[in-house]
Design a protein around this ligand. Structure first.
Ligand code: SF4
Length: 329
């Protein structure tokens, strides 16, 4: 059932392979900031942000009428640097930080319009929470996908355990998260990716397997996984200093990641397998999170030694069912 012939690493369906298949060349993200906040920051579901989050301060909307110009300027400024560094010719505008669907519809339209109507920008990727995507926002995003533009919605599910979500102070439940994913998947122009994080107290390898099986059953298009990282000046860092708990060793995390991938439908692309702390001086732990190449290289080694690959654990009958899922593109 594997389609590993199309996977450059022979182990999993990497995001870069997925984008290259779709666009015929590598596509790079240009990160933009759109002035959003989060329901866990503005008092709706909390005021301190999620417990692991190191986004600093609070954002604020651009003044009326300037959002589109501000976003366009950011994309136009970002493209030459990436084009030069990677010889890149196609780009996605990436709304990464904060909750990028959390605002009035008119503001959202202005912001997305600013990102998308630029030469060589083939689409956009929107990071957000699964409890912040009302139907009219999904319809708006879906409308940008007409004409072949790529619209990726990245939804932070984070965990399949409500206890872990409370630990992360996410302000939403597993059921609310799954509801958001299922609603997004009804929009045919959206590529829906879900994020999971492993390493909260009480997490086991079974949680990784459940997450992969759930993503496969739902028929999402992409996934992103990483270890729980504790960063300085977060609620989690303060809690850890007061009452530390065992952090995942790299070998153990890799075993969970391997189990996740083995239980993941091979057509789902994998955007990330490990998190990396871009500012090592702000990392509390696990220490290996500061390493750029070792974590993924050791996962690949482990998978090769175990003749492992994405989808290995899925039985043929399950795959046949999944192959007929209309949600997959
Ligand atoms: S993790 Fe996401 S939703 Fe939570 S505070 Fe940070 S940016 Fe906001």
């Amino acid at each position: 059932m594997t389609t590993s012939a199309a996977w450059r690493n022979g182990l999993w369906h990497a995001y870069s392979d997925h984008l290259a298949e779709r666009f015929g060349e590598k596509v790079y993200k240009v990160t933009v900031s759109a002035g959003f906040t989060c329901p866990t920051r503005d008092g709706t579901r909390g005021t301190n942000g999620c417990s692991f989050c190191d986004e600093r301060g609070s954002s604020s909307f651009f003044s009326a009428g300037s959002a589109s110009r501000s976003i366009e300027a950011q994309v136009r400024e970002g493209i030459p640097k990436i084009a030069e560094r990677f010889s890149a010719g196609k780009f996605l505008a990436y709304f990464q930080s904060f909750t990028n669907t959390y605002g009035p519809l008119n503001y959202l339209r202005e912001v997305y319009d600013g990102a998308i109507n630029i030469p060589n920008v083939v689409g956009m990727a929107i990071g957000t929470r699964p409890d912040c995507i009302p139907g009219e926002v999904l319809a708006l995003l879906n409308s940008y996908g007409h004409g072949g533009r790529y619209v990726s919605l990245e939804l932070g599910l984070q965990s399949m355990r409500d206890e872990a979500l409370r630990f992360y102070e996410r302000g939403h439940t597993v059921a609310e998260g799954l509801d958001g994913v299922e609603r997004a998947l009804r929009f045919p122009n959206l590529s829906v990716a879900v994020h999971f994080m492993f390493g909260a107290p009480g997490d086991t390898i079974a949680d990784a397997i459940l997450a992969a099986r759930t993503a496969s059953r739902l028929g999402v298009h992409g996934v992103k996984i990483h270890q729980l990282m504790i960063l300085k000046d977060t609620a989690l860092a303060r809690r850890y200093a007061h009452e530390p708990w065992p952090l995942l060793e790299l070998d153990e995390y890799n075993r969970w990641a391997m189990a996740f991938l083995e239980n993941l439908d091979p057509r789902i692309h994998v955007e990330r397998t490990h998190g990396m702390s871009s500012h090592p001086d702000e990392l509390v732990g696990p220490a290996w999170s500061a390493q750029r190449f070792v974590p993924m290289d050791s996962l690949k080694k482990m998978m090769r030694e175990n003749s492992s690959h994405q989808g290995k654990a899925l039985v043929q009958s399950s795959c046949q069912t999944l192959l007929h899922s209309p949600a997959l593109i």
